[in-house]
Structure formats: structure tokens, C-alpha cells
Design a protein around this ligand. Sequence first.
Ligand code: MG
Length: 256
Amino acid sequence: MKKHIFIFWLLVLMGTTSLSAQTKVVAHRGYWDTEGSAQNSLTALRKAAEVGCWGSEFDVWMTADGEMVVFHDTTLGEGYDRPIVEMTAAEVCAHTLSNGERVPTLAEYLGEGLKYPDLHLVLELKPHPTQAQEAEAVAKCVQMVEQMGLAERTDYISFSLAACREFHRLAPYAKVFYLNNNLSPKELKAEGFAGPDYHFAIYELHPRWLSQSRRLGLETNVWTVNAESVMRKFIRKGVDYLTTNRPEEALRLTQK
Ligand code: MG
């Protein structure tokens, strides 16, 4: 009997230790807060790979002429009066990022991703004005990822529930994480998604969502964690993925 109790606690201990050791670091918009880099640039993707991130996240829009481009905001910024979805890809890709690179197309971005076979790609599709646009955008993303041979290391994320459903329908083998903070682990499981990818404050509001997700066999991702104290907390809680603008700091903490 004593032996069984000892083995039980040993397993619990091993489980706890390995959970915290398993938190994977995802660079938010690539590793951009470092010299020569910029958000969603090819350099940011490369730097995420170079420092040893598990994955690199990036944001995707579909332009008015049906091309996929990588950029975060709805518009390109000052001096642009139309949103990206109303511009042509040529217009969008003529824009220069803060590090001198041009806005990349998704094809260029995935092409860069091919160079780093250990890096996972976390593709965020931004919510588009209509569901028809989103459905077309999802289909184009999945097709491009599959054609480039990146299906096994690409996860899909979105704030749009419709887009997440479409990703899951077209790529049922892939992990789809929902970003919009408002579905419980049970609801995410029912959708067939991989799990929540929520803001860290949401896990404070719903302190049981991490453990509930785990019990349901879901994975958990937290964004965007930049303060060391918050990083430590979620690593200790055994979150599966931590999305951050400070990947080197997060990597140091996960490797301790
Ligand atoms: Mg994003």
C-alpha cells in the first residue's frame, strides 16, 4: 500500500514539473521588439526562430483583389484612408515597415517559414467585414499552407468564431484556437477547437478555465504576456503556450 502511495505522489510530482517545463513560447507578431526588426516582418519571423521560440504568430488580411497579406492593423496607418481589405495587394505591399521591409504577402511569409523547419507558424486571420470574405480568406490560407507543405506545423487562430469554424471544417487535422475570450472550455470542445487562446485577464475572471480545459483534453494559450511576474504565474500554472512580445525573457523563464 505504502509503495502505491509513493508511486502516486511521484507521478503527481513528475506531472507538475513537466507541465511547467512544457510551456511553449510564441512570439507575438514575430520577434519584433529587437534591433532591425518590425511587427509581422520576415525579419521578425527569422528572429523568433533564431532565439528558439516554439512558434511565431502573425496577422493575415485578404485584400480587395483577393490576395493574402501579413499586417496587423485594419489600415496601414497615417496617410492611408482605406482599410487593407479595400486596397489592392500591390498598394498594400508597397508600404514600408519600420525596419525598411515591405509588407509581405502570405506566400512570402510562409516561404520564409519554410527556412526554419523547427518553428511553428501561428496564423491569425483578422475578422473581415463579411462572412463571405472570411470564408474565402480561410480557404486561401489553408490551401496555401497545404501547398507549401506547412500543414503539420501551422495552427490557426482568430477572433472571428465563423472563421475558426471554417478553419476547423477545411483543416480538421489542424489546431484551431479561438481568441475572443467569451467561450467556455466546454463550448470550445463542442466546436472541435484545440482550446482557448485568451487574454491573461480572462483566466483571472475564470480561474477554473485552465484546469477545465486540461480535463477536457484541450490546450491553453495566453496572450499577450510581457510582464515577468505574469509570465511566471502562467508558466507555473502549466499553460501550454505563452504568446509574448518578449520571447527571450519568456524562454529564459521556461527553461529554468
Ligand atoms: Mg495577432
